[in-house]
Structure formats: structure tokens, C-alpha cells
Write a protein that binds this ligand. Structure first.
Ligand code: SF4
Ligand code: SF4
Length: 428
């Protein structure tokens, strides 16, 4: 059964101006990098031990099961420890702790000339370098390019989540690598057509993209409406090619990659370096001086916030990602990973929820065409059959139902809980 698509036409105040016009803050490389050896419940094999000398780009761990995902050293120095620390999931996970020697020694790394390489060679290179989706999801990029069914490649420069501007910053300030990466990934995809999607309101980025791809027969810059969640894969595929799919975009011949992933792929091809540093947006009402910050993977979030003037309130709510789809963090010692794109700092919402007004706003605004209020009620009744009938698993956790709810009900959290309940039942 095909997933539903709702109205998906909600314009949100993006607050992008808090960071979009400001200069990048370049953090000094972290003194002690902490790399979380964690990917869901996958088993991660650690390849180093305390006392080992590592250089930037050295392989330090890997996931090698259904997915192959390598983990790399983001600094040069000595492995100080392998110890449990809190990860971005708020749970304890093994971390490789590397004491930075400050020398930025780089491992001898293979590069790739994408103009001469075959599709298979590019895909193998993305796998070797551990290029993951940089839009927040962290899905291994090579995996989706491992197909001969792609007709359309979509480069996603939409970045619809409020506050976040790191993707636009990366694309806007490195057009050369963006162009190189688009050509490389177009070859890797085997697609005949590539759309570079950007919000019609992002004038500065459009001014870079239009001339960059002018005259390209197979690559077209497409302006899409400034509505949330236009950057969501299903919404974007529907907007650009008018097709819906059940599980993955490749079912309708589409691969999507976000702009930072493209730039990171190009940089890896040219320098051999994996993702060892990232532009992360640090924004929100409760940080003094919001900015985009360039930081090494493994840097504690606290250091990024301090670089932006620190917190402007005693009590804050800290999110990895943006306010709609981000996840709450319990402390700022947690280190950023290669997929991190934003840290949002807000005033905690202390308004008490009241009973549902039955206003139907959550139903009206759900981009997945769901009935969130009914899902919440089915969850309360522990009615699994009804949760299935209500297509609960189609929820993309975009956060709109909570955002829109006049009763201040944490609707999305309830739906996450309902999804977890369904997945537990499915495993039994
Ligand atoms: S979070 Fe709410 S609005 Fe968003 S897809 Fe899920 S149910 Fe719909
Ligand atoms: S938006 Fe909130 S108050 Fe309105 S129906 Fe949905 S859950 Fe109830």
C-alpha cells in the first residue's frame, strides 16, 4: 500500500536569519575527540586500543554486517581510552577517546578521479570512505547508489527545518565541490536526470546554483515552495516528479542525497579524507550568539555552544537537530558525530498540556495524511489493531502535530511511542 501524503503546505518561521548571514566560526581542533561506536543496535568492531597512534582518516572501528560503515579518527594523536560515555542517543555507548597531538597528521589516503572512474568504482569509494547522509539521518550513502534502477537523482538543498542553515552554508561556500560531487553522484546513480532542489526563498543559494548548473543538459535547478516539510524525501519526490512510493524512493526510480553529503563525497574523492569535520548550526532563542560552527567530529556540544557565547538562560532545552525533528539531549558533554548538522538551544516549554479540544488541527496539518489525535487515543487504549489501521508507521516524526496543537499535547512523542509499541509487537 502506498504511503499517504497530506497537505504538506505549512509555512513555518524559519529563524534562518539568526545564522545565515554570519561568518563561520572555526573551532580549534578538539583536544580530546570522543568518537561514539554506535549505529542503532549494530555491533561495532573496535580496531584500536589504548596507546595506539592514529592519524586523521585512520580506520578505528567498523560495522560490518548488512551495512558496512567505517569509523575514522578525526584528529591525530594517541588513543587514550575506549570507554562508555553518553552518545547522541542519550544512552551510554563505547567511545574511542583520542588525545589530539595538535599536529594534524593525515593518513595516506586513496583519492578518486570521478571523471575517469566507473559507477561501480564511485560507489565502492563512497563505501570505503564511510560517506553517510549528512541531512541528519546518517544512512550510508553507498547503499542507495548500489542499484541500476535509478532514473532521477535529486540533490536536496531544501533544508526546511527551522533554525538550521548548515547545509545551505556548505553548498553556498563550496560550489566547486558541490558541482564535482553532483556530477560524480549522477554517474554513480546511473540516472538520466538530476534535479537540484532549493527553496524559492533561498535567494543567495539560488544565485550560486543557477549559474553553477546553467547550460547543463542533465542537471536542472528546481525551486520549490517554502513550506514544511518540503525537504522530507516523500514530499520532495512528489513535488518534483509527482510519484508516491511505499518504503524507499528507488521504488519510483529516485535517489536523493543532501547537499552536504554531495560536498563531503567530492572532498573525499579529491583529498582522500573521510568526514572528519562538519559545519554545525548552533542556534535557537537560548544561545547568546547563534552561528554556523566548523568543528571536528568528536567535539563536545558544550564547546560549540561556548563558541557561540554560551547559554542565555539558566535552564535550556538542548536538541540534536532542529526543533521539529531533532531529539532532546540530556547533557552537553555529548560529542557531535559525522551526521550532526545542528544543535538547537531553546527555552524549556513549561506550559502544561490541557485536554484535547478535538479541533482537528493535527489531522489538517499532518504531511503524511494521518490522524494523529486518533493514533494518540488508540495508544491510550493499547489498541494495536487500530494503530495498524491508522498507518501509524507512516509517521515521519516531523513534529508538526505537536507544533500546531493548541492544547500543547506532545502528540509526536505519543506517536513515537505508538511506533515503538508496533515494532515491539512485530518482533514477538
Ligand atoms: S509527527 Fe505528527 S504531523 Fe508529522 S507525520 Fe507524524 S503524525 Fe503527522
Ligand atoms: S491538534 Fe491537539 S487539540 Fe487539536 S485534535 Fe489534535 S491533539 Fe486534539
Amino acid at each position: 500500500m502506498l504511503s499517504l501524503i497530506g497537505p504538506m503546505r505549512e509555512h513555518l518561521d524559519g529563524h534562518k536569519e539568526l545564522t545565515s548571514e554570519k561568518e563561520l566560526i572555526v573551532l580549534p581542533p578538539v583536544k580530546e575527540a570522543a568518537i561514539a561506536l554506535q549505529r542503532g543496535n549494530a555491533k561495532i568492531q573496535c580496531l584500536v586500543q589504548p596507546g595506539d597512534d592514529v592519524k586523521i582518516g585512520d580506520l578505528i572501528a567498523k560495522q560490518d554486517d548488512f551495512f558496512y560503515v567505517p569509523f575514522f579518527a578525526p584528529v591525530s594523536g594517541t588513543v587514550k581510552a575506549i570507554e562508555k560515555r553518553t552518545s547522541l542517543t542519550n544512552k551510554p555507548a563505547d567511545h574511542v577517546i583520542i588525545e589530539n597531538d595538535g599536529l594534524d597528521r593525515k593518513a595516506e589516503l586513496s583519492t578518486l578521479n570521478a571523471e575517469k572512474a566507473s559507477k561501480e568504482e564511485i560507489v565502492a569509494f563512497l563505501k570505503e570512505k564511510g560517506i553517510i547522509g549528512c541531512g541528519g539521518a546518517g544512512f550510508p550513502a553507498y547503499f542507495k547508489y548500489n542499484t541500476d534502477k535509478c532514473e532521477t537523482l535529486i540533490i536536496n538543498c531544501v533544508e526546511c527545518e527551522p533554525f538550521i542553515t548548515s547545509d545551505a552554508y556548505t553548498a553556498e561556500h563550496d560550489p566547486e565541490d558541490l558541482k564535482y560531487g553532483v556530477h560524480a553522484l549522477l554517474k554513480a546513480s546511473g540516472a538520466k536526470k538530476c534535479y537540484v532542489a532549493v527553496k524559492e526563498t533561498k535567494k543567495e543559494l539560488i544565485a550560486v546554483l543557477d549559474p553553477l548548473f546553467a547550460g547543463e543538459k542533465d542537471i536542472e535547478v528546481k525551486k520549490v515552495p517554502d513550506v514544511y516539510p518540503m525537504g522530507w524525501e516523500r514530499t520532495l519526490v512528489y513535488e518534483l516528479i509527482g510519484k508516491r512510493y511505499e518504503r524507499l524512493p528507488i521504488e519510483v526510480g529516485v535517489i536523493l542525497s543532501n547537499a552536504t553529503t554531495v560536498v563531503m563525497s567530492a572532498r573525499a574523492m579529491k583529498t582522500g579524507l573521510p568526514i572528519y569535520e562538519k559545519v554545525v548550526t548552533v542556534s535557537g532563542e537560548a544561545v547568546r550568539d547563534p552561528h554556523n560552527v566548523l568543528a571536528r567530529v568528536g567535539t563536545p556540544i558544550r564547546e560549540l555552544v561556548e563558541a557561540c557565547g554560551g547559554y542565555s538562560a539558566e535552564r535550556v532545552s538542548l536538541l540534536a537537530g532542529g526543533p521539529m525533528m531533532g531529539s532532546a539531549l540530556i547533557k552537553d558533554e555529548i560529542a557531535i558525530g559525522p551526521a550532526s548538522n545542528a544543535v538547537t538551544v531553546r527555552h524549556p516549554d513549561e506550559t502544561e498540556a490541557i485536554a484535547c479540544l478535538r479541533c482537528g488541527k493535527c489531522v489538517e496539518h499532518c504531511p503524511s495524511g494521518l490522524m494523529p489525535v486518533n493514533i494518540v487515543n488508540a495508544l491510550k487504549a493499547n489498541d494495536v489493531d487500530r494503530l495498524i489501521k491508522l498507518h501509524t508507521t507512516d509517521c515521519i516524526e516531523c513534529g508538526l502535530c505537536t507544533y500546531i496543537c493548541p492544547s500543547r499535547i506532545a502528540v509526536t512523542d505519543n506517536i513515537r511511542r505508538a511506533k515503538r509499541l508496533l515494532s515491539l509487537k512485530a518482533k514477538k
